[in-house]
Design a protein around this ligand. Structure first.
Ligand code: GLU
Length: 469
Protein backbone atom coordinates (compact mmCIF):
# COMPACT_ATOMS: atom_id res chain seq x y z
CA UNK A 1 0.00 0.00 0.00
CA UNK A 2 1.33 3.41 -0.93
CA UNK A 3 1.33 5.90 1.92
CA UNK A 4 -0.57 9.06 0.97
CA UNK A 5 -0.51 12.07 3.26
CA UNK A 6 -1.84 15.56 2.79
CA UNK A 7 -1.46 19.09 4.02
CA UNK A 8 -4.83 20.81 3.98
CA UNK A 9 -4.52 24.44 5.05
CA UNK A 10 -7.35 26.94 5.02
CA UNK A 11 -6.11 30.05 3.22
CA UNK A 12 -7.28 32.59 5.76
CA UNK A 13 -4.04 34.38 6.66
CA UNK A 14 -0.29 33.92 6.62
CA UNK A 15 1.25 30.43 6.85
CA UNK A 16 1.63 29.87 10.59
CA UNK A 17 4.75 28.07 11.84
CA UNK A 18 2.46 25.54 13.54
CA UNK A 19 0.91 24.72 10.16
CA UNK A 20 4.38 24.52 8.67
CA UNK A 21 5.26 21.89 11.26
CA UNK A 22 2.12 19.92 10.33
CA UNK A 23 3.13 20.15 6.67
CA UNK A 24 6.67 19.08 7.52
CA UNK A 25 5.56 15.99 9.46
CA UNK A 26 3.18 14.95 6.65
CA UNK A 27 5.86 15.58 4.05
CA UNK A 28 8.54 13.70 6.01
CA UNK A 29 6.34 10.72 6.56
CA UNK A 30 5.41 10.53 2.87
CA UNK A 31 9.08 10.81 1.89
CA UNK A 32 10.15 8.23 4.43
CA UNK A 33 7.60 5.75 3.19
CA UNK A 34 8.24 6.64 -0.45
CA UNK A 35 4.66 7.73 -0.59
CA UNK A 36 2.76 10.66 -1.99
CA UNK A 37 2.32 14.08 -0.39
CA UNK A 38 -0.72 16.09 -1.44
CA UNK A 39 -1.51 19.78 -1.07
CA UNK A 40 -5.17 20.61 -0.65
CA UNK A 41 -6.40 24.16 -0.26
CA UNK A 42 -9.47 24.19 1.99
CA UNK A 43 -10.97 27.40 0.71
CA UNK A 44 -14.66 26.82 1.40
CA UNK A 45 -14.94 29.74 3.81
CA UNK A 46 -15.73 32.37 1.18
CA UNK A 47 -15.52 35.26 3.60
CA UNK A 48 -12.14 34.48 5.10
CA UNK A 49 -10.30 32.81 2.20
CA UNK A 50 -8.11 35.06 0.06
CA UNK A 51 -5.89 34.63 -2.96
CA UNK A 52 -3.14 36.35 -1.02
CA UNK A 53 -3.28 33.65 1.65
CA UNK A 54 -3.16 30.93 -1.00
CA UNK A 55 -0.02 32.59 -2.32
CA UNK A 56 1.42 32.75 1.22
CA UNK A 57 0.98 28.96 1.45
CA UNK A 58 2.77 28.41 -1.88
CA UNK A 59 5.54 30.85 -0.97
CA UNK A 60 6.08 29.29 2.44
CA UNK A 61 6.12 25.72 1.12
CA UNK A 62 8.48 26.67 -1.67
CA UNK A 63 10.85 28.51 0.63
CA UNK A 64 10.88 25.54 3.03
CA UNK A 65 11.37 23.26 0.06
CA UNK A 66 8.40 21.07 0.93
CA UNK A 67 7.40 19.95 -2.54
CA UNK A 68 4.10 18.17 -3.13
CA UNK A 69 3.43 15.34 -5.53
CA UNK A 70 -0.24 16.01 -6.21
CA UNK A 71 -2.34 19.14 -6.12
CA UNK A 72 -2.88 21.84 -5.28
CA UNK A 73 -6.52 20.80 -5.12
CA UNK A 74 -9.03 23.52 -4.33
CA UNK A 75 -12.16 22.50 -2.47
CA UNK A 76 -14.18 25.29 -4.10
CA UNK A 77 -13.64 23.54 -7.42
CA UNK A 78 -15.15 20.33 -6.12
CA UNK A 79 -18.60 21.53 -5.05
CA UNK A 80 -20.40 19.41 -7.64
CA UNK A 81 -18.76 16.30 -6.29
CA UNK A 82 -19.61 17.14 -2.66
CA UNK A 83 -23.26 17.64 -3.67
CA UNK A 84 -23.32 14.33 -5.49
CA UNK A 85 -22.09 12.57 -2.36
CA UNK A 86 -24.62 14.46 -0.21
CA UNK A 87 -27.39 13.38 -2.59
CA UNK A 88 -26.21 9.80 -2.38
CA UNK A 89 -26.39 9.97 1.44
CA UNK A 90 -29.90 11.46 1.22
CA UNK A 91 -31.01 8.73 -1.13
CA UNK A 92 -29.64 6.03 1.12
CA UNK A 93 -31.40 7.61 4.10
CA UNK A 94 -28.04 8.34 5.76
CA UNK A 95 -28.72 12.04 5.69
CA UNK A 96 -31.86 14.17 5.80
CA UNK A 97 -33.13 17.61 5.05
CA UNK A 98 -33.63 19.77 8.08
CA UNK A 99 -36.05 22.68 7.89
CA UNK A 100 -35.58 24.00 11.42
CA UNK A 101 -35.57 27.76 11.52
CA UNK A 102 -32.85 29.83 13.13
CA UNK A 103 -35.38 30.83 15.79
CA UNK A 104 -36.15 27.24 16.69
CA UNK A 105 -32.46 26.35 16.88
CA UNK A 106 -31.73 29.38 19.04
CA UNK A 107 -34.57 28.54 21.42
CA UNK A 108 -33.33 24.95 21.63
CA UNK A 109 -29.82 26.11 22.41
CA UNK A 110 -31.06 28.53 25.09
CA UNK A 111 -33.09 25.76 26.71
CA UNK A 112 -30.15 23.35 26.72
CA UNK A 113 -27.76 25.96 28.06
CA UNK A 114 -30.17 26.73 30.85
CA UNK A 115 -30.36 23.03 31.76
CA UNK A 116 -26.53 23.01 31.67
CA UNK A 117 -26.65 20.53 28.81
CA UNK A 118 -24.22 20.56 25.91
CA UNK A 119 -25.94 22.40 23.03
CA UNK A 120 -26.75 19.92 20.27
CA UNK A 121 -29.34 19.37 17.58
CA UNK A 122 -32.29 17.33 18.88
CA UNK A 123 -33.05 15.41 15.68
CA UNK A 124 -36.39 17.17 15.16
CA UNK A 125 -36.34 16.69 11.35
CA UNK A 126 -34.73 13.26 11.40
CA UNK A 127 -37.85 11.32 10.59
CA UNK A 128 -40.10 13.93 9.10
CA UNK A 129 -41.86 12.92 5.92
CA UNK A 130 -43.03 16.29 4.61
CA UNK A 131 -40.93 18.63 2.50
CA UNK A 132 -41.96 22.20 3.26
CA UNK A 133 -41.05 24.79 0.71
CA UNK A 134 -38.73 26.61 3.09
CA UNK A 135 -34.92 26.83 3.25
CA UNK A 136 -33.25 23.64 4.44
CA UNK A 137 -29.85 22.23 5.27
CA UNK A 138 -28.68 18.62 4.93
CA UNK A 139 -27.75 16.83 8.12
CA UNK A 140 -25.86 13.59 8.49
CA UNK A 141 -27.65 10.86 10.44
CA UNK A 142 -25.07 10.19 13.09
CA UNK A 143 -25.41 6.78 14.77
CA UNK A 144 -27.46 7.27 17.92
CA UNK A 145 -25.83 4.68 20.11
CA UNK A 146 -22.50 3.02 20.64
CA UNK A 147 -19.05 4.50 20.41
CA UNK A 148 -16.52 5.60 17.82
CA UNK A 149 -13.06 4.35 18.57
CA UNK A 150 -9.78 4.89 16.83
CA UNK A 151 -6.09 4.40 17.52
CA UNK A 152 -4.50 7.77 17.17
CA UNK A 153 -0.86 7.37 16.15
CA UNK A 154 0.13 10.01 18.71
CA UNK A 155 -2.51 9.89 21.45
CA UNK A 156 -3.25 6.17 21.39
CA UNK A 157 -6.75 4.75 21.71
CA UNK A 158 -9.50 7.40 21.74
CA UNK A 159 -13.14 6.60 22.39
CA UNK A 160 -16.10 8.89 21.77
CA UNK A 161 -19.73 8.30 22.66
CA UNK A 162 -22.05 8.67 19.70
CA UNK A 163 -24.56 10.28 22.00
CA UNK A 164 -22.20 13.22 22.32
CA UNK A 165 -22.23 13.77 18.58
CA UNK A 166 -25.34 15.28 17.05
CA UNK A 167 -26.51 15.18 13.45
CA UNK A 168 -24.11 17.61 11.93
CA UNK A 169 -24.87 19.83 8.96
CA UNK A 170 -23.05 18.66 5.85
CA UNK A 171 -24.59 21.09 3.37
CA UNK A 172 -25.77 24.57 4.37
CA UNK A 173 -28.96 26.25 3.16
CA UNK A 174 -26.95 28.16 0.52
CA UNK A 175 -25.78 24.79 -0.82
CA UNK A 176 -22.23 25.20 0.51
CA UNK A 177 -20.72 22.00 1.95
CA UNK A 178 -19.27 22.18 5.47
CA UNK A 179 -15.72 21.49 6.61
CA UNK A 180 -16.29 18.04 8.14
CA UNK A 181 -18.01 16.87 4.99
CA UNK A 182 -15.54 18.20 2.40
CA UNK A 183 -12.64 16.71 4.36
CA UNK A 184 -14.31 13.32 4.41
CA UNK A 185 -15.05 13.30 0.68
CA UNK A 186 -11.54 14.48 -0.12
CA UNK A 187 -9.65 12.18 2.22
CA UNK A 188 -11.62 9.32 0.73
CA UNK A 189 -11.26 10.25 -2.94
CA UNK A 190 -7.64 11.33 -2.60
CA UNK A 191 -7.02 7.94 -0.99
CA UNK A 192 -5.34 9.46 2.06
CA UNK A 193 -3.84 6.75 4.26
CA UNK A 194 -2.53 8.96 7.10
CA UNK A 195 -4.21 12.14 8.26
CA UNK A 196 -1.61 14.16 10.16
CA UNK A 197 -3.06 17.38 11.57
CA UNK A 198 -3.33 19.63 14.60
CA UNK A 199 -5.04 18.29 17.71
CA UNK A 200 -7.61 21.08 17.44
CA UNK A 201 -9.30 18.65 15.03
CA UNK A 202 -9.48 15.72 17.44
CA UNK A 203 -13.17 16.25 18.12
CA UNK A 204 -13.93 16.31 14.41
CA UNK A 205 -12.37 12.93 13.83
CA UNK A 206 -15.19 10.72 15.26
CA UNK A 207 -17.70 12.65 13.16
CA UNK A 208 -15.58 12.19 10.06
CA UNK A 209 -15.16 8.48 10.79
CA UNK A 210 -18.94 8.07 11.09
CA UNK A 211 -19.52 9.71 7.71
CA UNK A 212 -16.77 7.63 6.08
CA UNK A 213 -18.35 4.46 7.44
CA UNK A 214 -21.75 5.53 6.16
CA UNK A 215 -20.13 5.84 2.75
CA UNK A 216 -18.72 2.34 3.14
CA UNK A 217 -15.14 3.57 3.34
CA UNK A 218 -12.43 2.36 5.70
CA UNK A 219 -11.17 5.44 7.56
CA UNK A 220 -7.52 6.44 7.23
CA UNK A 221 -5.15 6.39 10.19
CA UNK A 222 -5.04 9.58 12.22
CA UNK A 223 -2.17 11.36 13.95
CA UNK A 224 -3.05 14.48 15.89
CA UNK A 225 -0.22 16.82 16.73
CA UNK A 226 -0.14 18.64 20.05
CA UNK A 227 -0.14 22.37 19.69
CA UNK A 228 2.80 24.73 19.93
CA UNK A 229 2.83 27.05 22.93
CA UNK A 230 4.44 30.41 23.55
CA UNK A 231 6.82 31.01 26.46
CA UNK A 232 3.84 31.82 28.73
CA UNK A 233 2.21 28.43 28.13
CA UNK A 234 -0.52 29.90 25.91
CA UNK A 235 -1.07 28.89 22.31
CA UNK A 236 1.63 30.41 20.10
CA UNK A 237 0.32 33.60 18.54
CA UNK A 238 1.44 36.98 17.29
CA UNK A 239 1.77 38.16 20.88
CA UNK A 240 4.83 35.94 21.18
CA UNK A 241 6.61 37.36 18.12
CA UNK A 242 6.83 36.15 14.56
CA UNK A 243 4.44 33.32 13.71
CA UNK A 244 4.35 33.55 9.94
CA UNK A 245 6.81 31.43 7.99
CA UNK A 246 7.68 34.25 5.63
CA UNK A 247 8.31 36.58 8.54
CA UNK A 248 11.08 34.22 9.58
CA UNK A 249 12.53 34.56 6.13
CA UNK A 250 12.39 38.34 6.46
CA UNK A 251 14.10 38.15 9.82
CA UNK A 252 17.02 36.32 8.27
CA UNK A 253 16.49 32.65 9.05
CA UNK A 254 17.62 29.87 6.75
CA UNK A 255 14.81 27.46 5.80
CA UNK A 256 16.76 24.44 7.06
CA UNK A 257 17.19 26.11 10.46
CA UNK A 258 13.46 26.69 10.75
CA UNK A 259 12.69 23.14 9.59
CA UNK A 260 15.21 21.66 12.00
CA UNK A 261 13.72 23.75 14.78
CA UNK A 262 10.13 22.83 13.93
CA UNK A 263 10.78 19.13 13.63
CA UNK A 264 12.18 19.05 17.15
CA UNK A 265 9.08 20.76 18.54
CA UNK A 266 7.23 17.65 19.52
CA UNK A 267 9.51 14.97 18.11
CA UNK A 268 12.94 13.77 19.13
CA UNK A 269 15.56 11.20 18.39
CA UNK A 270 17.61 10.73 21.54
CA UNK A 271 19.43 13.95 22.39
CA UNK A 272 20.25 14.83 18.83
CA UNK A 273 19.56 18.49 18.05
CA UNK A 274 20.80 18.90 14.51
CA UNK A 275 19.36 16.94 11.63
CA UNK A 276 19.82 17.17 7.91
CA UNK A 277 16.70 16.65 5.84
CA UNK A 278 18.08 13.33 4.63
CA UNK A 279 18.53 12.19 8.22
CA UNK A 280 15.02 13.28 9.09
CA UNK A 281 13.54 11.37 6.18
CA UNK A 282 15.27 8.31 7.56
CA UNK A 283 14.62 8.81 11.26
CA UNK A 284 11.22 10.49 11.49
CA UNK A 285 8.39 8.40 12.87
CA UNK A 286 4.88 9.66 13.51
CA UNK A 287 4.54 7.38 16.52
CA UNK A 288 7.53 9.09 18.16
CA UNK A 289 5.71 12.44 18.24
CA UNK A 290 5.30 13.63 21.79
CA UNK A 291 1.84 13.85 23.29
CA UNK A 292 2.41 16.97 25.32
CA UNK A 293 2.47 20.43 23.78
CA UNK A 294 5.86 21.92 23.02
CA UNK A 295 6.96 25.46 23.82
CA UNK A 296 8.50 27.66 21.16
CA UNK A 297 11.95 28.88 22.13
CA UNK A 298 13.20 31.74 19.90
CA UNK A 299 16.71 31.57 21.42
CA UNK A 300 17.16 28.00 20.34
CA UNK A 301 15.94 28.78 16.86
CA UNK A 302 18.48 31.60 16.68
CA UNK A 303 21.21 29.24 17.84
CA UNK A 304 20.28 26.74 15.15
CA UNK A 305 20.21 29.46 12.53
CA UNK A 306 23.68 30.57 13.50
CA UNK A 307 24.84 26.98 13.35
CA UNK A 308 23.53 26.62 9.79
CA UNK A 309 25.02 29.96 8.71
CA UNK A 310 28.41 28.82 9.98
CA UNK A 311 28.34 25.28 8.65
CA UNK A 312 26.35 25.32 5.38
CA UNK A 313 28.24 25.63 2.10
CA UNK A 314 28.61 29.38 1.38
CA UNK A 315 27.15 28.85 -2.10
CA UNK A 316 23.97 27.66 -0.48
CA UNK A 317 23.74 30.49 2.07
CA UNK A 318 24.58 32.98 -0.70
CA UNK A 319 21.31 32.36 -2.51
CA UNK A 320 19.34 33.34 0.59
CA UNK A 321 21.64 36.23 1.48
CA UNK A 322 21.20 37.61 -2.05
CA UNK A 323 17.47 37.92 -1.32
CA UNK A 324 18.20 40.04 1.75
CA UNK A 325 20.70 42.19 -0.11
CA UNK A 326 18.12 42.84 -2.77
CA UNK A 327 15.57 43.86 -0.16
CA UNK A 328 18.06 46.42 1.13
CA UNK A 329 18.50 47.73 -2.41
CA UNK A 330 22.09 46.53 -2.60
CA UNK A 331 23.62 45.67 -5.94
CA UNK A 332 25.82 42.71 -5.08
CA UNK A 333 27.78 42.97 -8.30
CA UNK A 334 29.21 46.16 -6.81
CA UNK A 335 31.35 44.47 -4.15
CA UNK A 336 32.81 41.18 -2.98
CA UNK A 337 31.27 37.84 -3.96
CA UNK A 338 28.74 36.71 -1.36
CA UNK A 339 30.57 33.40 -1.11
CA UNK A 340 33.61 35.34 0.20
CA UNK A 341 31.56 37.57 2.45
CA UNK A 342 29.72 34.71 4.19
CA UNK A 343 32.73 32.93 5.76
CA UNK A 344 34.07 36.32 6.90
CA UNK A 345 30.78 37.28 8.55
CA UNK A 346 29.47 33.92 9.74
CA UNK A 347 30.78 34.30 13.30
CA UNK A 348 29.45 37.85 13.53
CA UNK A 349 25.84 37.49 12.40
CA UNK A 350 23.21 35.14 13.76
CA UNK A 351 20.77 36.01 10.99
CA UNK A 352 21.16 36.81 7.33
CA UNK A 353 19.29 40.05 7.82
CA UNK A 354 21.92 41.11 10.31
CA UNK A 355 24.67 39.97 7.95
CA UNK A 356 23.21 41.97 5.08
CA UNK A 357 22.73 45.09 7.19
CA UNK A 358 26.26 44.93 8.56
CA UNK A 359 27.79 44.51 5.11
CA UNK A 360 26.25 47.40 3.15
CA UNK A 361 29.51 49.42 3.36
CA UNK A 362 31.18 46.82 1.12
CA UNK A 363 28.76 47.49 -1.74
CA UNK A 364 27.99 51.19 -1.55
CA UNK A 365 28.53 54.30 0.49
CA UNK A 366 29.79 54.11 4.03
CA UNK A 367 27.65 55.52 6.84
CA UNK A 368 29.83 56.90 9.60
CA UNK A 369 28.63 56.26 13.12
CA UNK A 370 29.21 59.49 15.10
CA UNK A 371 30.28 57.76 18.28
CA UNK A 372 32.72 55.48 16.46
CA UNK A 373 34.17 58.47 14.62
CA UNK A 374 34.64 60.61 17.71
CA UNK A 375 36.13 57.71 19.62
CA UNK A 376 38.50 56.32 17.01
CA UNK A 377 39.15 58.99 14.39
CA UNK A 378 41.15 61.38 16.56
CA UNK A 379 44.53 63.14 16.10
CA UNK A 380 46.32 59.94 17.04
CA UNK A 381 44.65 58.18 14.16
CA UNK A 382 45.97 60.51 11.48
CA UNK A 383 49.52 59.11 11.29
CA UNK A 384 48.17 55.56 11.44
CA UNK A 385 45.77 56.14 8.58
CA UNK A 386 48.40 57.99 6.55
CA UNK A 387 50.97 55.24 7.02
CA UNK A 388 48.49 52.53 6.12
CA UNK A 389 47.40 54.44 3.07
CA UNK A 390 50.99 54.81 1.92
CA UNK A 391 51.75 51.15 2.55
CA UNK A 392 48.64 49.87 0.81
CA UNK A 393 48.99 52.16 -2.22
CA UNK A 394 52.33 50.53 -2.88
CA UNK A 395 50.84 47.01 -2.84
CA UNK A 396 50.82 45.29 -6.19
CA UNK A 397 48.65 42.39 -5.22
CA UNK A 398 45.48 43.01 -3.22
CA UNK A 399 45.74 39.84 -1.14
CA UNK A 400 44.96 39.17 2.50
CA UNK A 401 48.52 38.17 3.42
CA UNK A 402 50.08 41.23 1.80
CA UNK A 403 47.53 43.53 3.45
CA UNK A 404 48.21 41.87 6.76
CA UNK A 405 51.93 42.49 6.39
CA UNK A 406 51.47 46.19 5.67
CA UNK A 407 49.35 46.57 8.79
CA UNK A 408 51.89 44.74 10.88
CA UNK A 409 54.75 46.84 9.58
CA UNK A 410 52.92 50.07 10.31
CA UNK A 411 52.40 48.79 13.84
CA UNK A 412 56.08 48.13 14.26
CA UNK A 413 57.13 51.47 12.77
CA UNK A 414 54.74 53.44 14.96
CA UNK A 415 55.30 51.15 17.94
CA UNK A 416 51.57 50.53 18.30
CA UNK A 417 49.74 47.31 19.09
CA UNK A 418 47.58 45.81 16.38
CA UNK A 419 44.39 46.69 18.28
CA UNK A 420 45.31 50.38 18.32
CA UNK A 421 45.74 50.32 14.58
CA UNK A 422 42.89 48.11 13.56
CA UNK A 423 40.08 50.15 15.11
CA UNK A 424 40.77 53.49 13.35
CA UNK A 425 41.18 51.65 10.05
CA UNK A 426 37.98 49.74 10.65
CA UNK A 427 35.99 52.88 11.42
CA UNK A 428 37.62 54.61 8.45
CA UNK A 429 36.51 51.98 5.94
CA UNK A 430 33.30 50.60 7.46
CA UNK A 431 32.01 53.57 9.48
CA UNK A 432 31.70 51.36 12.54
CA UNK A 433 33.60 49.30 15.10
CA UNK A 434 32.44 45.84 14.06
CA UNK A 435 33.70 44.03 10.97
CA UNK A 436 35.63 40.88 10.10
CA UNK A 437 39.37 40.84 10.92
CA UNK A 438 40.83 44.02 9.49
CA UNK A 439 42.95 42.44 6.75
CA UNK A 440 39.94 40.49 5.52
CA UNK A 441 37.74 43.58 5.71
CA UNK A 442 40.14 45.53 3.51
CA UNK A 443 40.56 42.62 1.15
CA UNK A 444 36.79 42.34 0.71
CA UNK A 445 36.39 46.07 0.31
CA UNK A 446 38.96 46.25 -2.49
CA UNK A 447 41.79 48.63 -3.22
CA UNK A 448 39.92 51.61 -4.67
CA UNK A 449 37.33 51.89 -1.92
CA UNK A 450 39.90 51.28 0.82
CA UNK A 451 42.28 54.00 -0.33
CA UNK A 452 39.48 56.46 -0.95
CA UNK A 453 37.99 55.92 2.50
CA UNK A 454 41.35 56.14 4.25
CA UNK A 455 41.77 59.58 2.70
CA UNK A 456 38.27 60.70 3.69
CA UNK A 457 38.82 59.41 7.22
CA UNK A 458 42.03 61.41 7.63
CA UNK A 459 40.03 64.50 6.76
CA UNK A 460 37.38 63.53 9.30
CA UNK A 461 40.01 62.90 11.97
CA UNK A 462 41.64 66.28 11.39
CA UNK A 463 38.29 68.03 11.45
CA UNK A 464 37.12 66.36 14.64
CA UNK A 465 40.44 67.20 16.25
CA UNK A 466 40.15 70.85 15.19
CA UNK A 467 36.64 71.11 16.63
CA UNK A 468 37.85 69.62 19.88
CA UNK A 469 40.52 72.28 20.38
N1 GLU B 1 -8.24 23.05 6.90
C1 GLU B 1 -7.99 22.65 8.24
C2 GLU B 1 -7.17 23.69 8.94
O1 GLU B 1 -6.50 24.51 8.30
C3 GLU B 1 -7.23 21.37 8.34
C4 GLU B 1 -8.10 20.22 8.07
C5 GLU B 1 -7.47 18.86 8.23
O2 GLU B 1 -6.24 18.76 8.25
O3 GLU B 1 -8.22 17.94 8.31
O4 GLU B 1 -7.18 23.72 10.16
Amino acid sequence: MTVRTRFAPSPTGYLHVGSARTALYSWLYARKMQGIFILRIEDTDAERSTQESVQAIFDGMQWLNLGYDEGPFYQTKRYDRYREVADQLLKEDKAYRCYCTKERLEALRAEQTEKKEKPRYDGFCRNRQDHPNTPSVIRFKNPQGGVVEFDDLVFGKLVFNNQELDDLIIVRSDNAPTYNFTVVVDDWEMKITHVIRGDDHINNTPRQINILRALGVTPPLYAHLPMILGSDGKRLSKRHGAVSVMQYREEGFLPEALLNYLVRLGWSHGDQEIFSIEELVKLFEVKDVNRSPAAFNPEKLLWLNHHYIKTSPPEHVAAELAWHMQRLGIDVSNGPALTELIPAMAERAKTLKEMAEKSTYLYGDVQYNDEAVSQHLSAEAVPVLAAIQAGLSALKDWQKEAIHEVIQQVGETLALKLGKIAQPIRVAVSGNTMSPPIDITLFLLGRARTLERLAVAQGLAEKSEASRQ
